[in-house]
Ligand binder design. Structure first.
Ligand code: ADP
Ligand code: MG
Ligand code: MG
Length: 889
């Protein structure tokens, strides 16, 4: 097989094989854009390397062959002493992982060729700068040497010379640095810096392959659910030089503003600089528009190329480019990351411009992005103490304690604190800290800096380049221009939408998107801003496209009404346990403590009208739509006082010589009902079978409320749901009782009460015997919370605090199975139950309630296995609607 392809041999659709960068370099090459020539070593080679620990046979020869042809086209050989060809060795996986993988520039330089390069360019400073960069990058990424050692050496040289800017260093300074860098390498590795160009290249290629498994790459993949076995490609690309003087430079750009989606180009440029300088915040960049003054011709060509790329990719592109003595070179492009608001705006604009269809547009926005648009914003009307501002890199309103290093960010966030990570600039080592922070604030770097790019990718609030704020990471403090000093632990608020930074906690208000969903903003009115109109358009499309219904989990009339405004098509889970708390607790206590049947009946009789009123309100709010009422689920002792508190009370009373009959009885009952594993104990249907009259009282309340609604002209559609069923026999008993009650109440009121009775599928046994259970159930609702608990044997209330962070850290899973459905395990059981349930009772209604109903990724899965609806919290209803539409489109 071929493992190496020249750029001209590939195209943008070969991302699996060539990686994103390689595929797009190929595409640009074939579009006739000025791309330095080069070749791509495929992901096949990487996978082979990762699997066998060595490169595939024949790869070296193939690389040699492509290298020879590159040398031929360039008219010089790699590292040739008098006129060296230099190359970059660049990683590039299928999915872009900003800053994750390593790139080495200027390969081919050594003590001989550096002189040839200097002579050819007529510029000593440039040649030695390039050489020191090679040793620095090679040392850091290939040889694993602490990057700070090199940076400190640069600082030393600058200090000795009394300068701060790298532009003030001359050829001799760089020559001296090369010596120092070589010494650093010698000390760290015990060997000389490899002088042979082909060896440099070989080691760099291996290092790129190895970096696939670098911890921060592993972490990023897990976060983003990128498969672990894809591997990366390696691109070898002839060097072009932005560090050849002030008529040279390097830049990054977007074809639209990635923060807002506004049309118009956007980017940063840095004169006399190479590669990463522009994103690393080495010097302050200038806005791309300023390039017009510096080099009008190159600027014009760049604009033209950006237009070509946008038209070609039909989407926002980001690019990397370099200008070498007035000549423009394209080094990278890809469909760029963007904020949620920008994603909605751009997709809409492209529809309006006739570039893409509405269906395509909807496929380009995600439920997660919609969720972000629903986050609250800072209240502009509130009194705010402004500390300063930077660039609005990634929107949102974040409040938290200021921390100045990633370690503290991780530590504090683990103990439940919201933190704002304040750094001068971030680098890939900060990734974990950035993940754990609520917001990110930097004082250097533009919208294309590492902090900005990564934050946008994660949907995290970020203000970057707040130069007026002095962030002193050594002393862990931030000083504002007004003189305010923020120490570690002080609370600040950052507004990623405006770029402002405030002292203390700024109050927040609902986002306009939520106000729209809530029915407060008419999308057709003037009050609706562009974002609201965009969201409305996409929601309409999704609602028409989706097959699944979306219901809400709501327990009271108020939530039900809100859910309905948010577009819920019914209630998928109406819990009844909340109806037993508060004032009613005493009634429940009496029920549990009852010695005689009479006492028991009395308590039930007292609860009945209260329950009836609860249901009445919910049925009214959801008139005409189904309401799935779950009969009482949690263990009874949850309704009794805390065992320790009660014991103390009884003991104190005894010591005082008082006798508290009631408390004593209560304590006995609490003891009797105490369970080691309440979640696996007396709850759900088990309770219904053991406490006589409890479930029938609930069914009676439902039936009476419904009958009453019918008489009042309403259209109540209750569905009665039995929780925690493990075997069809349990269900059968409760079902018969329930049907009897429905008939009785129907006769009493003179109406027909024909309501479906079904069950939750939340135990593995229920899923595995779904065929039998379906004979007695008119619907299934997958209780994925409990199903996840019982399939994994995880106690949800315990594991998240005790060991989940370790599991996530060690990569057992990338995201908690309670957050996103575990497709392989829990999902498989759902599939079995769906198939066998449908086989036994065609037309059985299938839904899911539980956290997963509002998780975009899980919603897709539920669509795929053929559920009829998902049910989630009212606030997630729009997210589920959009995602169900995307899944069906
Ligand atoms: P990343 O994926 O981290 O952006 P890249 O491989 O794109 O890594 O390269 C890092 C930096 O080096 C980028 O700024 C890129 O434009 C620059 N670069 C890469 N190859 C070359 C080259 N052949 N000539 C000049 N600059 C290059
Ligand atoms: Mg790049
Ligand atoms: Mg449950």
């Amino acid at each position: 097989p071929n493992y190496v392809f020249e750029f001209a041999e590939g195209n943008k659709d070969l991302k699996d094989l060539l990686g994103g960068k390689g595929a797009n370099l190929a595409e640009m090459t074939n579009l006739g854009l000025p791309v330095p020539p080069g070749f791509t070593i495929t992901t096949d080679a990487c996978r082979h390397y990762l699997a066998h620990g060595r490169l595939p046979d024949g790869l070296d020869a193939e690389i040699d062959e492509k290298l020879r042809s590159l040398e031929k086209s360039m008219g010089k050989r790699l590292g040739q002493a008098d006129d060296p060809l230099l190359v970059s060795v660049r990683s590039g996986a299928k999915f872009s992982m900003p800053g994750m993988m390593e790139t080495v520039l200027n390969i081919g330089l050594n003590d001989d060729s550096v002189r040839g390069l200097a002579a050819q360019a007529g510029d000593d400073r440039f040649a030695w700068d390039s050489y020191r960069r090679l040793i620095q990058m090679f040392g850091k990424t290939v040889q694993g040497i602490e990057g700070e050692l090199f940076e400190d050496a640069i600082d030393d040289v600058k200090q000795a010379k009394g300068v701060r800017n790298d532009l003030d260093l001359d050829a001799d300074d760089y020559k001296a640095l090369v010596d120092r860098f070589k010494a650093i390498v010698r000390e760290a590795t015990g060997a000389e810096f490899p002088a042979d160009p082909r060896t440099q290249m070989r080691l760099a290629v291996n290092a790129v392959f190895d970096s696939w498994n670098a911890p921060r790459a592993v972490l990023y993949r897990r976060q983003e659910r990128i498969p672990t076995d894809l591997g990366t490609a390696v691109n070898v690309c002839a060097m072009v030089f932005g560090n050849l003087g002030m008529d040279s430079g390097t830049g990054v750009a977007f074809t639209r503003d990635p923060a807002t989606g506004q049309q118009g180009i956007y980017g940063d440029y840095l004169q006399n600089a190479q590669g990463e300088d522009v994103v690393a915040g080495v010097r302050n960049t200038v806005p791309l528009a300023d390039l017009e003054r510096v080099d009008a011709a190159a600027y014009a060509e760049l604009l033209h190329i950006m237009e070509t790329l946008e038209n070609h990719y039909r989407d926002l592109c980001d690019i990397e480019f370099t200008i070498e003595r007035g000549k423009l070179w394209m080094l990278q492009t890809r469909v760029g990351k963007r904020t949620a608001a920008a994603a909605f705006r751009i997709a809409n604009q492209l529809v309006d411009q006739g570039v893409i269809t509405l269906a395509e547009a909807v496929s380009r926005v995600t439920g997660d992005q919609l969720a972000q648009l629903m986050f609250p914003r800072f209240d502009h009307a509130a009194e705010r103490h402004r500390l300063g501002s930077g660039m609005n890199a990634s929107p949102g309103a974040a409040v938290g304690k200021a921390v100045f290093d990633s370690y503290t960010a991780i530590k504090w966030s683990r103990s439940g604190e919201d933190v704002i990570l304040c750094r001068r600039e971030t680098n890939p080592d900060d990734l974990e800290g950035m993940i754990s922070a609520t917001g990110i604030l930097t004082s250097r770097g533009g919208k294309t800096s590492h902090a900005a790019v990564v934050a946008r990718g994660m949907g995290k609030t970020c203000v970057c380049g707040a130069e007026e704020l002095d962030i002193d990471t050594k002393n862990r403090r931030l000083t504002a221009p007004g003189g305010e000093v923020i120490e570690e632990g002080d609370v600040i608020s950052i507004d990623g939408t405006s770029g402002e930074v405030f002292l203390g906690e700024v109050p927040v208000v609902a986002s306009p998107v939520v106000r729209y969903f809530d029915g407060e903003v008419d999308p057709a009115s003037d009050e609706a801003d562009e974002l609201v109109r965009n969201v409305h358009r996409f929601m309409q499309y999704s609602d028409a496209a989706r097959r699944m219904n979306v219901r809400a989990n709501a327990d009271n009339a108020e939530d039900a009404a809100r859910a309905r405004r948010m577009g819920a098509q019914g209630i998928g889970l109406c819990r009844t346990e909340h109806m037993f708390l508060g004032d009613r607790r005493q009634l429940v206590e009496r029920l549990i403590l009852a010695d005689t049947e009479k006492e028991q009946d009395e308590s039930l009789a007292a609860l009945l009208p209260l329950q009836r009123d609860d249901f009445w309100g919910v049925f009214e709010a959801m008139d005409g739509l189904p309401v799935t009422v779950r009969l009482l689920d949690p263990p009874l002792h949850e309704f009794l006082p805390d065992i320790t508190e009660l014991s103390v009370r009884v003991a104190v009373a005894e010591a005082r010589g008082e006798k508290q009959e009631g408390d004593l009885r209560l304590l006995q009952a609490v003891h009797k009902l105490h369970e080691q594993n309440p979640m696996l104990g007396l709850r759900g249907v088990r309770l219904g079978l053991v406490v006589p009259g409890l479930f029938t009282m609930q069914v009676r309340a439902i039936a009476q409320a419904a009958a009453d609604r019918i008489k009042a002209g309403g259209r109540p559609r209750p569905e009665i749901m039995i929780p925690l069923v493990g075997t069809v026999q349990e269900l059968e008993i409760i079902r018969d009782e329930s049907l009897r009650v429905l008939r009785e109440v129907g006769a009493e009121f003179g109406v027909e009460l024909d309501f479906p009775i079904g069950t939750m599928i939340e135990l593995p046994r229920a899923a595995l015997t779904a065929g039998q259970i379906a004979e007695n159930a008119e619907f299934f609702s997958f209780g994925t919370n409990d199903l996840t608990q019982t399939v994994w044997g995880f106690s949800r209330d315990d594991v998240e605090a005790s060991f989940f962070s370790a599991y996530l850290e060690r990569g057992v899973f990338g995201v908690s199975p309670f957050e996103s459905i575990d497709v392989d395990g829990v999902g498989r059981l759902i599939k079995i139950a769906v198939e066998e349930g449908r086989a036994a009772r065609p037309g059985i209604k299938l839904g899911i309630c539980g956290e997963h109903g509002g998780d975009p990724w899980s919603v897709r899965f539920f669509h795929q296995v053929g559920l009829d609806y998902v049910s989630c919290s009212p606030f997630r209803v729009p997210v589920a609607r959009l995602e169900a539409g995307r899944a069906a489109a």
